[in-house]
Design a protein around this ligand. Sequence first.
Ligand SMILES: NC(=O)c1ccc[n+]([C@@H]2O[C@H](COP(=O)([O-])OP(=O)(O)OC[C@H]3O[C@@H](n4cnc5c(N)ncnc54)[C@H](O)[C@@H]3O)[C@@H](O)[C@H]2O)c1
Length: 308
Amino acid sequence: MKSIVTGGAGFLGSHLCDLLLENKHEVICIDNLVTGDTRNIDHIKSDKFTYLNHDITNPIYFGDKIDYIFHLASPASPIDYLDLPIQTLKVGALGTYNMLGLAIKQEARFLLASTSEVYGDPLVNPQPETYWGNVNPIGPRGVYDEAKRYAEAITMAYHRAHGIDTRIVRIFNTYGPRMRAGDGRVVPNFINQALKGEDITVYGDGDQTRSFCYVSDLIDGIYRLMMSDFVEPVNLGNPDEMSVLEFAKKVIEITNSSSKIVFEELPVDDPKVRRPDISRAMDVLGWEPKVGLGEGLGKTVEYFNSTL
Ligand SMILES: NC(=O)c1ccc[n+]([C@@H]2O[C@H](COP(=O)([O-])OP(=O)(O)OC[C@H]3O[C@@H](n4cnc5c(N)ncnc54)[C@H](O)[C@@H]3O)[C@@H](O)[C@H]2O)c1
């Protein structure tokens, strides 16, 4: 089996490359390193692994048969997509278009890495896949949310118009080793602030909720979805919801840190609640997260400690 992973040098993509190689796939990792890093794939020594530095907003062709295209390329953290608004829109639109074209040509099955951000600032909690969302298209975060909504729409259009085999995963906050310390997402932010004894910056009053999925659970779910025959979007994430303030306290406890919590202004359109309804993933994939927050945070803290 031959698989392409776009965004394979990023946080999730690199873990997916590892799992595919374990499952005996040949893997072509395509990444332009705009937010990724070859250090995430340096450990891979397999001759079944190829890395191509390529911006997928430009077309790319392969002679050999490709079986699966896992399309993960996109800036993903708010710091990145606010800094790279046009690149984010382009990779969601042109990048997805190019990869769908490749899927037709190679007769490959195609999986889109979408996001819980398609639900925007949700008016329904937890969010089932049937909820259409509450997104501000012209706000600063709209570049990411709308790019992913467009990517879902074009994926379904290619499925309906060209009959290609597609999958859509809506990923909720996922954390683990190989996240960038400075990527601005809440998990690396808090852990690195705690490890350095710096103030932990909570936005707003910290009442907004999040739920955190450990990376190995998420990657297992993505693989199961690709191998399933289910075309509609599937939420993957951990339904254990907690407030950001509670999470900050948990990080302080796990790292045994002397850091203090300080409060800063809430970013524009920051979602107030975020929790996946994973009934569909349980029914269709027999999937649910296995790694608890204590265990996952322990491994992530160990990773960031080793990079300090
Ligand atoms: N980590 C999460 O919690 C989360 C949540 C929801 C959705 N997602 C989605 O999962 C995917 C991976 O996210 P991540 O957390 O690993 O982020 P990441 O930034 O670590 O990885 C994204 C990768 O895509 C690459 N990339 C971006 N634009 C590209 C382009 N035009 N051509 C080639 N490569 C390009 C980057 O260099 C990077 O290596 C993204 O599509 C993201 O939207 C992630």
